[in-house]
Design a protein around this ligand. Structure first.
Ligand code: ADP
Length: 491
């Protein structure tokens, strides 16, 4: 066997996330947790200095989750120190296409309610207990992780707990931590009481602003050995007052620990050549199936298809972040342009109502589907011509990558991961989408005008679509970046 193929040991990684597709998915984090660990497991030890990854994922056993079809087995029962004695916990082990997943049940984790409550206090105990339980699980399994990899505020408390524990618990003496930042503004405000209750005191580190000293995300950012933002641009943006959410000065003190690694896509789930949800498959070499999908989508929503009009789409959480208000106002102020639009999304009731109102005003041009509907999202990415994504900030964003993979070109704000994944036309080099700045209705309208002009030029449009579809949005590069980071930390 060639020397490089010989495994010289393993890097043990405990990967924590609040959601994972297909067990439970609410947003982009579910996509990432469902695809990044799997992509890392396909890496060859030859690329990892002969080491192989022993990566295992842990998620909470949310209320109403059904994992029976994955034949769960009880992997461990253990206890977590709690205010009134010890709290019993169980971890069920399942195999997700070769990835070991522990689904952890303990007291507040399974309390009835959605994956994320609108009231963070309600989530406080759930995610604090989960974060602590994940560390206890490693001990119960006698499986010493080299790396603890947490994601967002929900699991950031585990990073903080690890830092507090490392000095007095030899089991974790050599465990390093990585915290991936998918969304800085969600810091876990309201979770203070739960942290205190479960023995995680406020920090008195003067680098942290006083208000942030008992929020799980800032505590994780303070304690993590490495912080990964989900795009290189976002890694830079969070150091500025515009995007730093009040933590910019603190984050500047941690600048050396911060890096950006772009999220990728599960290219098997998102592949117009083999997507069972579509009216017809298609590829970058034969677009005829896309025309069938476009026609079917118009019919599904009772819209009259007109080849001169671009079909615009939105697939998004209804949230201020995503600039849905700007879509509504932008479309209202662009009625003179040739387009029809279909909006899919759910979330903030005010934004949902604004979209429904727009549909009522212009039923022949605009349709709004207010729900979360994964299969419909596939049909929309395939059947539309343009995806609107005027995010106020966008750590990475998956929708624009999915859209490009389906030959649907994004009209997006020039921020974060949108800037890093969408190419704009430069001289003779054609682009894969349209970016605008600032995030305002006039700038949005101008970009829409440019996009519609490009749409009228069939040859230019086809070139752009082909380029967009041929982008490499796979996890391969980013999975390797993460694995090399683990390797470096392990030393
Ligand atoms: P975020 O994670 O901030 O919500 P991303 O663009 O990173 O945004 O990921 C959003 C993911 O959720 C994409 O896979 C997108 O297709 C999906 N999605 C968002 N809203 C809906 C919806 N209403 N129905 C189906 N899928 C949706």
């Amino acid at each position: 066997m060639p020397i490089s193929k010989i495994s010289r040991g393993s890097i043990k990684v405990l990967f924590l996330a609040a959601e994972v597709d297909p067990l439970i998915k609410v947003g982009g984090l579910g996509d990432v947790a469902g695809s990044l660990p799997k992509a890392m497991l396909t890496l060859s030890p030859a690329n990892l200095h002969g080491q192989h990854l022993d990566l295992r994922l842990a998620i909470p056993f949310h209320a109403g989750m059904n994992i029976d079809r994955w034949n769960p087995e009880l992997a461990a029962t253990f206890e977590i120190p709690a205010p009134c004695g010890m709290l019993k916990a169980q971890a069920y082990q399942i195999d997700l296409d070769g990835l070991t997943v522990y689904v952890i049940q303990a007291g507040p984790i399974g309390r009835p309610g959605p994956v994320y409550s609108m009231i963070t206090q309600e989530d406080g105990e759930k995610f604090t207990v989960f974060s602590l339980a994940a560390l206890e699980l490693a001990k119960a399994l006698n499986w010493q992780p080299d790396i603890l990899h947490a994601n967002d505020w929900h699991t950031a408390a585990a990073v903080y707990a690890l830092a507090l524990r490392k000095e007095r618990d030899p089991f974790f003496a050599h465990t390093h931590s990585v915290l991936t930042l998918h969304n800085l503004p969600f810091m876990g405000a309201g979770v203070e009481e739960a942290l205190e209750k479960y023995g995680l005191p406020a920090s008195n580190d003067p680098r942290l602003p006083t208000w942030a000293r008992q929020y799980p995300l800032p505590l994780g950012l303070l304690s993590a050995d490495r912080i990964v933002a989900v795009s290189p641009s976002y890694a830079r943006e969070i150091l500025t007052p515009e995007f730093g959410c009040g933590l910019e000065n603190f984050l500047l003190t941690r600048q050396d620990a911060i890096m950006g690694i772009l999220n990728g896509l599960d290219q098997e789930v998102w592949d117009p050549r083999h997507d069972a949800a579509l009216a017809a498959p298609y590829s970058d070499e034969d677009f005829s199936g896309k025309a069938v999908c476009r026609k079917a989508l118009h019919e599904e929503f009772g819209l009259v298809e007109d080849p001169q009009e671009a079909l615009l789409t939105v697939v998004s959480r209804m949230d201020q972040q995503k600039g849905i208000d700007l879509v509504v106002e932008g479309l209202r102020q662009s009625l003179d342009l040739p387009w029809k639009a279909i909006i899919l999304g759910s979330g903030d009731p005010t934004l949902e109502r604004a979209c429904l109102q727009l549909q009522e005003e212009y039923p022949g041009r605009i349709r709004a589907a207010i729900r979360f509907d994964s299969r419909l999202s596939h049909r929309m990415y395939a059947g539309a011509d343009l995806l609107l994504m005027p995010s106020r900030y966008e750590p990475c964003g998956l929708s624009q990558m999915i859209a490009m993979r389906y030959g649907t070109l994004p009209v997006a704000s020039e921020v974060g991961g949108l800037k890093d994944t969408i190419q704009v036309r430069q001289g003779n080099r054609e682009g894969t989408g349209f970016l605008f700045h600032p995030v305002s209705v006039p700038a949005f309208r101008k970009a829409l005008e440019d996009a519609l002009a490009a749409y009228q030029s069939r040859s230019r449009w086809k070139t752009m679509q082909t380029l967009a579809m041929r982008q490499d949005f796979s996890w391969a590069r980013s999975a390797l970046d993460y694995a090399l980071l683990y390797l470096k930390l392990k030393g």
